[in-house]
Ligand binder design. Sequence first.
Ligand code: ZN
Ligand code: ZN
Length: 273
Amino acid sequence: MKVLIVASGSRGNAAIFEAGGTRVLVDAGVGPRVIARAIEAGGIGGPPHAIVITHAHDDHLGHAQKLARKLDVPVWVSEATARVARLTEAPRVRVFGAREPFAIGAITIAPLPIPHDAAQVSLVVEGGGLRAGIATDLGEVPPGLADHLAACEVLLLESNHDPELLSRGPYPAHLKRRIASARGHLSNQQAHAFLRELSPRTHTVVLMHLSGTNNAASIALEVARDALAGRAVTLHAASQSTPLLLDAAAPPPVALPGAPPGARGAVDQLRLF
Ligand SMILES: [Zn+2]
Ligand SMILES: [Zn+2]
């Protein structure tokens, strides 16, 4: 299975999962041109066959209708998202239960509700015997999330903000409270706590949805590296503007004795652009 992270951050999110000839776009927070450019740059076979939306925030849902019309593909949403999302112009809308796995071609998707200020789900995307999990837009790690993601070779995990930068930063107080709340976004430290207990099966971790104002990739990566010390895990920070291509079949890199904490594996992932 291949994963193309087209964009990740508060200005728009989109990732394409490809397995067995099926391609699924998870979230449509960037426009058709951005997605087409990332696909053309290589690595996956073509445009998506379906769109799955995690929740009804604009940075995930904003371009769903336009994309669905342009590609003539269905949009999948949870029951709760279906009630609030405006998708009247999408050619086909499919509704899934927030705890019920569903199939799109050769890909199976298992959702699990996670806490956010909109009905939100973490997804495990499975195809060709490999799994990639995505958990972004969550204020805290709920019981059951680690189990939900335990079988994943690849994990896309939110590492939204540095609490210090958030509290000193320019956002208004109500927004700071919202982001830091249990229904807001996961901080670098919360991601750290999750990564300390990372499933032994996971060989690639991508830090997602980094705030452009209240975080920096260098800080988020440093915190995550500390959590992964001694583990042979390939670690990336996803970007708002630079697509990232991952192969879930990449063999787990072997940890070398005396390797620095959080050492990257021998497998070089392809950065596009
Ligand atoms: Zn978001
Ligand atoms: Zn959100």
